[in-house]
Each structure stands twice: as structure tokens, then as C-alpha cells.
Design a protein around this ligand. Structure first.
Ligand code: GAL
Ligand code: CA
Length: 384
């Protein structure tokens, strides 16, 4: 079972790498890739052949179009969201998950194209949250086409309230998973007295933040620290800076910090796994964590997302854990809302979720703590 899960994780990781590799190709090619991927995934499922054929025939044109886009395929977590949306759309929508390539103009053009083709709903993780009103206007102009924002939450309540057909799908608001991350650190501190390397009773931390323009960045960085201090553990923040959600950028920052602080660092907290993986590369190059938790030189690292590529690092002890952000469920909810509203049904029909009552019109999918003991919980998220 474990073996099977791991091989599925690996293929999911390869798919992510493929998607990421398409970053520089024209949008059209990217659309083709994601669609083909969708069909491939279907072929490995155990559905009877006739059902496969029927689904494939349907996917060639009779289904309504769902306009879909992520802000960048270079973002690991967004690539998994794209895959989840493509998977959940199977047999329901024709879907092209566009790559916004970190460029708002490119993404707006992609939305125009989808609407011109007759998309019955649009779902998007925006490049820049301030572009939300423009997207809303486009959807209104196209005949009140429903829009579902995901991943990058639109926090301007006036924008949210400006359109009845606007919905959001994201993860637990407020702390965006960081309270769980903080609790995991508290538990680890209690179970590992050796974590206090200098014996001063305080936790020396490096806090690697996400993109400052992203809704979850600042709250994650703040909540993880306050959760630790609320538990009565004093912290000393050695560094707190952005790695822009990105592996290479986080590695670059960490290269400087590891030569500055070396073994004085007692934990590296990362706002997401992509950055945790970059940080790990950096400290491993400096001789840390090479034998997992048994390493002579060891710095605990923790992330958020529980990406497939992170799970092997958690199992080996190179990283202490992560917080699962459930891409598969988010994808399902996005597609189901799109299906419901485009058919005039209640948006949450058939879903076991409620909208948050905070004026965000958001369905919030909960996070979960992942350590070496339960990596299979996170792995299961990528098998569907
Ligand atoms: C967060 C996720 C990050 C990154 C970011 C981009 O929810 O945890 O890994 O993907 O979204 O919008
Ligand atoms: Ca200490």
C-alpha cells in the first residue's frame, strides 16, 4: 500500500514537473498538455472500457466549457490545483487550465478567450488580486457568467459583494494553516529538548515568508510565531524575509543565512513546501540534515501544503513535517460549484461545505498536520 502510494506520489511529482516545464510555452500548447493529462489520468483508472469511451467522446466537444486558469505553473501547489480541476472536470466540462505565467495581461487575455468560446463559468487563481474587479466585469459583460476565485483570496469585500455570481474556494482563513504549523512546532519542542541547541530556553527561528502580495503570506508568518509564544515558548527571530513561495528564491536566501548562523538556527519555518524544499537544498549543501533526523548537524524544517515531493523528505526525517492543503478537495469543490451555478442550482448542491459567513463567499477547505506518522493521509490526496 505504502509502495503504491509512493509511486503515485512520484508520478504526480513528474506531472507537476511537466506542468512547470511548460511555463514558457504558448498558452495554447499548455492547454493541450493539461487536457491530454486529464485523459491519461482517466486511462489508468479502473473504470470499465465503455465508460472510458463514453467519457472520451464527451470530452471531445459536447460538454460545456469551463474557463480555468492558475496564476503560474511554476508554483507547485497551483499546478496540483490545475490537475485537480482537470480531474474533477472529467465528464462534466471541457476544460483548459491556462497558465497565467505570472502576467496579469496574459491571464486577462486567457479569460477573454474562454468567454469568447462560450465558457459557462470561469475559475481562476489571479496573478494580482487587485485585478479581480476587471475579471468580474468581463464575466458580467459576457452575460453574467459565474466566476470562482481560488487560491488567492479576494479580500476586498466590496469587490466580493459587487457580483452575485462570484464565489471563492480556498483554505481555512485567518491563519491559513499556520496555527496547525505552530502547534506542530510546539509539540516537537516538547518532545525534543535537544532542539534548544544553545540551552537558552528560547527557540531561535528563521521565518521564510511567501509572496507579500498573497493573502496568506503575512498571516502565516504571524500566526506561526504567535502560536508558539502563546504556548509559553519564547522565540528569537533571527531572520524573517520572503522567499516568494519559490524554491530557488528560498534557497538563495538560505545560502546567506546558513553561512551567517550555521548551527545557531533551531528551526526553519517556511510559509510553503516549495520554499522548504529550497531551504533543505541549501542546508544539505552546508552538511546539515543529510542523514535525516539522525544527522549530526540537524536543523528542523517545516512547511505548508504537504506536496507529494515533500512527503519523501518527511518520511526520511530531512524535514519534520508539513500542513496539508487539500488541493484535490479544493478542485472538486471549484468544479462542483461551477457545475451547479451554470445549471441554475444552489452553488453548494451535493457538497458537504458551507460558505464562510465573513462576507468572503468562500468555501474553506480545512488543513491537516502531516508528519512521518501519517504521510499516507497526504499521499492519498494525490491519488485521485
Ligand atoms: C498558497 C500555497 C503556496 C502557494 C500560494 C500561491 O496557498 O500554500 O504554496 O501555492 O498559495 O498562490
Ligand atoms: Ca535556543
Amino acid at each position: 500500500m505504502r509502495k503504491k502510494a509512493i509511486s503515485i506520489i512520484l508520478s504526480a511529482a513528474m506531472i507537476a514537473a511537466m506542468l512547470a516545464g511548460c511555463g514558457s510555452t504558448p498558452a495554447q500548447e499548455e492547454q493541450q498538455q493539461v487536457t491530454e493529462e486529464n485523459v491519461d489520468t482517466e486511462n489508468v483508472s479502473e473504470a470499465p472500457q465503455e465508460e472510458e469511451n463514453a467519457k472520451e467522446a464527451a470530452s471531445t466537444g459536447d460538454l460545456p466549457i469551463l474557463g480555468a486558469g492558475i496564476y503560474s505553473s511554476t508554483d507547485n501547489f497551483n499546478s496540483y490545483l490545475a490537475k485537480a480541476i482537470a480531474n474533477s472536470s472529467d465528464g462534466v466540462f471541457q476544460v483548459n487550465v491556462d497558465d497565467g505565467q505570472l502576467d496579469q495581461t496574459t491571464q486577462l487575455n486567457q479569460i477573454d478567450t474562454a468567454l469568447a468560446k462560450g465558457a459557462v463559468a470561469v475559475c481562476v487563481s489571479v496573478v494580482d488580486i487587485t485585478a479581480a474587479p476587471v475579471i468580474v466585469q468581463k464575466c458580467k459583460d459576457a452575460g453574467d457568467v459565474p466566476v470562482i476565485f481560488f487560491n488567492k483570496e479576494i479580500t476586498d469585500k466590496d469587490v466580493v459583494a459587487s457580483y452575485d455570481n462570484l464565489y471563492q474556494v480556498t483554505s481555512t482563513g485567518g491563519d491559513y494553516g499556520a496555527a496547525i504549523q505552530g502547534e506542530m512546532i510546539v509539540e516537537y519542542w516538547k518532545a525534543h529538548p535537544e532542539m534548544d541547541k544553545n540551552g537558552d530556553g528560547k527557540l531561535q527561528i528563521i521565518n521564510v515568508m511567501g509572496d507579500p502580495g498573497h493573502t496568506a503570506s503575512q498571516p502565516r508568518a504571524d500566526y506561526v510565531e504567535s502560536t508558539i509564544t502563546d504556548a509559553g515558548i519564547e522565540i528569537e527571530v533571527l531572520e524573517r524575509d520572503t522567499g516568494m513561495w519559490d524554491t530557488a528564491k528560498a534557497k538563495e536566501k538560505m545560502d546567506a543565512w546558513i553561512s551567517k548562523y550555521d548551527d545557531d538556527i533551531e528551526i526553519i519555518i517556511c510559509g510553503n513546501d516549495a520554499m522548504a524544499l529550497g531551504v533543505l537544498q541549501s542546508i544539505e549543501a552546508a552538511g546539515f540534515n543529510l542523514d535525516g533526523a539522525e544527522s549530526e548537524r540537524y536543523i528542523p524544517i517545516i512547511g505548508i501544503d504537504a506536496l507529494p515531493e515533500m512527503l519523501a523528505k518527511i518520511e526520511s526525517g530531512e524535514v519534520i513535517g508539513s500542513v496539508l492543503q487539500d488541493a484535490a478537495t479544493q478542485g472538486k469543490v471549484i468544479v462542483k460549484i461551477a457545475e451547479n451555478v451554470s445549471q441554475g442550482k444552489d452553488p453548494l448542491d451535493g457538497l458537504d461545505f458551507e460558505f464562510d459567513t465573513d462576507g468572503s463567499k468562500a468555501v474553506r477547505v480545512p488543513y491537516a498536520a502531516i508528519t512521518a506518522e501519517n504521510v499516507d493521509v497526504a499521499a492519498a490526496n494525490y491519488t485521485e
